[in-house]
Design a protein around this ligand. Structure first.
Ligand code: NG1
Ligand code: ZN
Length: 542
């Protein structure tokens, strides 16, 4: 390490005095103007991580569904997974070190993580469409440069595309080509193969309206359109040419507010979907003839995919072990349907993609989705090998055809991370193959009415949770209070947890009616306000 160069460059990316940030479930997130030093340092950390694991590491500059003024950064590990937890701690240390401690901190990380500084390093970097992203990614590149790392700048990409590139690179092309063309070709080929076998559906079923949250999804879908078979009729809305990123639109807005995004003209019974700002989440929805809005969230997506995969496995005659992984935010009706009707085991883990991904790796086929629409399907190596062999060698026609469908599903799904583009194509293929309308999909089960709220407290760390965040251990008395409130309503459930991406406590409640879900959520938020040091005026009823 050239300490003069380090001094010179870090002076160009000074840390604002007194600022401390933490590498949370989605990396670092803050107002963009606070992040220059973090980016520079994450460039350096990516180099160290690359040297430690002798693989290419990714850096994605995005704050996903957060407001346009925010930004963020996360590191991507060799197989496209989230950064290893032990390194999250190093990320936090490096981001918060004072200028004069930088060199020492780097040396300490190298010692603790057994980094051989003489090894080569390679980093892939990508960014979303935020106005601040280009400059911030340049700061990360400065960090890569100062520690002598090699880098490839993919420029504007979706978060899942960057994860995909990293995985392709580190598996020597086994997962695909580490280029955008490679990504488009792989997905569109699998999709085309899949829908060839669909005989169903009238013209109207082929249309899909997509709200791109005024983000990167619009750009990348336009790029991908020439690769799509001509049967695909998509219309893009909120493409970022007129309005602000994520403003009154996008998957998070639609999920949280349970209403359509601005800027999408929705006719009755039309199938629509929303991406989030970096295109790693997707939710579907439609408005019925009476004007009622129907949200089809990540739980219903997981259910549709599970139904489809289970049928295929039965056809292929395979007993591969399939499971669904959810978080506490999963609607109670979805869990019940999956366990009791579909008879698929369901596991609940802590919020945060890394927890879901990790759990899903335990099965031959692990379907994981957050209710907010982030999710994917993981196939174990053994399952994949078996399916590919059956698709090629199985003598029984019906079994072989079913195995081919499974094989194309494997290629269409981005197994590195939730991917709105890939998930959308998976869903569109399943609907076409099964001849299902969006209404029929929605009717698989009825969601329990629910409400998600957030409140600010003096220090959200006073809330500690257990049992996959479904029960609060501290502050004293809070869980007892929640238990008593839940008892007042039918089919009810509620929990609270500190957010990992915002300075808030999140409150979730579901019950037999929307009024009851709203009332329960409000009462629980009052309990949090009183027992966990709420800021400002007490929360008002909805
Ligand atoms: P936090 O802020 O920790 O609730 C949110 C989402 C997570 C996950 C992360 C990362 C909800 C309730 N929470 O986390 O599921 O997606 O953002 O983006 O949707
Ligand atoms: Zn996102």
């Amino acid at each position: 390490m050239d300490s003069e160069a380090l001094k010179k460059y870090s002076a160009l990316h000074p840390k604002p005095a007194g600022l401390t940030l933490q590498y949370g479930t989605a990396g670092f997130r803050a107002k963009a103007e606070k992040l220059d030093h973090v980016m520079f340092r994450m460039g350096m950390l990516a180099v160290l991580r690359s040297k430690a694991v002798a693989s290419t590491i990714g850096i994605m500059v995005t704050a996903s569904h957060n407001p346009e003024e925010d930004n963020g950064v996360k590191l991507v590990d060799p197989l496209g997974e989230m950064l290893h937890p032990s390194w999250e701690e190093y990320a936090t240390q490096l981001a918060n070190a004072e200028e004069h401690e930088l060199q020492q901190t780097i040396t300490e990380i190298c010692q603790k993580a057994a980094v051989n500084q003489h090894k080569d390093a390679s980093v892939f970097i990508g960014r979303d469409t935020r106005p601040s992203s280009e400059k911030l990614s340049q700061s990360a590149i400065d960090g890569i440069f100062v520690l002598d790392g090699q880098y490839h700048d993919y420029g504007l990409v979706t978060t899942p595309q960057l994860h995909y590139m990293v995985c392709c690179q580190n598996t020597q092309g086994q997962y695909g080509k580490a280029t955008l063309e490679g990504y488009y070709e792989k997905l569109s080929k699998a999709f085309t193969e899949l829908i060839k076998q669909s005989s169903s559906s009238g013209e109207s079923q082929k249309h899909l309206k997509i709200d791109c949250a005024n983000g990167i999804g619009a750009l990348k879908l336009s790029e991908m359109e020439p690769y799509f078979p001509k049967e695909v009729l998509i219309q893009l809305y909120n493409d970022g040419t007129k309005e602000k990123l994520n403003h009154l639109c996008g998957a998070d807005f639609v999920k949280v507010h349970q209403k359509p995004p601005r800027g999408l003209d929705m006719k009755p019974n039309e199938r629509c979907c929303s991406f989030d700002g970096d295109a790693d989440r997707i939710v579907y929805y439609y408005q019925d003839a009476t004007g009622l809005f129907h949200l089809i969230d990540g739980d219903k997506i997981a259910t549709l995919i599970s139904i489809f995969l289970k049928e295929l496995l039965a056809k292929v005659g395979q007993t591969l072990k399939m499971a669904v992984v959810q978080t506490a935010y999963a609607n109670g009706s979805s869990t019940r349907y999956l366990e009791e009707t579909l008879k698929v085991p369901v596991h609940c883990v802590k919020t945060g993609v890394k927890h879901l991904h990790h759990k899903a790796q335990e099965f031959d086929i692990g379907v994981y989705f957050e209710a907010n629409g982030h999710g994917t399907v993981l196939f174990s190596k053994a399952a994949e090998t078996k399916i590919r062999r059956l698709a090629k060698e199985e003598k029984d026609n019906e079994k072989r055809e079913a195995a081919k469908v499974l094989e194309n599903m494997i290629d269409l799904i981005n197994q590195t991370v939730g991917d709105a583009v890939s998930d959308m194509l998976v869903i569109e293929a399943i609907l076409a193959l099964k001849g299902l309308t969006v209404q029929q999909w929605d009717a698989v089960y009825t969601d329990l009415p629910n409400r998600l709220l957030k409140i600010q407290v003096a220090d959200r760390r006073v809330i500690d949770t257990t049992d996959a965040e479904r029960r609060a251990v501290t502050p004293p008395g809070l869980q007892e209070k929640i238990d008593a409130l839940v008892k007042k309503y039918k089919l009810s459930r509620a929990f609270v947890r500190p957010s990992g991406t915002e300075d808030v406590v999140r409150i979730y409640a579901e019950a037999d009616t929307q009024e009851n879900a709203d009332a329960l959520a409000h009462e629980v938020s009052l309990a949090v306000y009183h027992l966990a040091g709420g800021k400002g005026a007490p929360p008002q009823p909805l």
